[in-house]
Ligand binder design. Structure first.
Ligand code: RP5
Length: 162
């Protein structure tokens, strides 16, 4: 069952947004991924946002770069939590994307992650954490993931003894 929708402004965002999908896969969460552009396919974006709730989508991860209006526009049209991922742009290294997504006016929240692949990865984990509030199976997988991550760092902590 598809619970998370991963949308992106362009197919050129896919390499970044793949990181979010990888995390959703790791936690066994059903997702869909599609290109929805605020600027190039505005009517498709409105249709997507209008239909998402009825389709059972519980979290939307929206990645975009440059003048990145997609996450905010979708958040304006739905009460489903929207996680915005600023894709690293060529011209301004993603600072444009970050500021476009994070500086939402009061009343229309977008949970904004870091720029680029780390942000996309964290968006996948954050979506899992939201779903884990109601899903014990996902919660257990998240706990195991974090424990393993901690253990890996502890096991590799020693750098040098002189
Ligand atoms: C945005 O414009 C997309 O999210 C993408 O990051 C950026 C550039 O798109 P392309 O010109 O590569 O299609 O809408």
């Amino acid at each position: 069952m598809v619970k998370v929708s991963v949308i992106m402004g362009s197919r050129s965002d896919l390499a970044t947004m793949q990181e979010a999908m990888n995390m959703l896969k790791e936690f066994g969460i059903g997702y869909e991924a599609r290109v929805v552009s605020a600027h190039r396919t505005p009517h498709a974006m409105v249709q997507f946002a209008d239909e998402a709730e009825a389709r059972g989508i519980q979290v939307i991860i929206a990645g975009a770069g440059g003048a990145a209006h997609l996450p905010g526009m979708v958040a304006a049209m739905t009460t489903i939590p929207v996680i915005g991922v600023p894709v690293q742009s060529r011209a301004l290294s993603g600072l444009d994307s970050l500021l476009s997504i994070v500086q939402m006016p009061g009343g229309i929240p977008v949970a904004t992650t870091a720029i680029g692949t780390s942000g996309a990865k964290n968006a996948g984990i954050l979506a899992a954490e939201i779903l884990a509030l109601q899903d014990l199976n996902v919660r257990e997988k998240l706990k195991a993931y974090k424990q393993k991550q901690t253990q890996t760092v502890l096991d590799d902590a020693q750098i040098e003894i002189c």
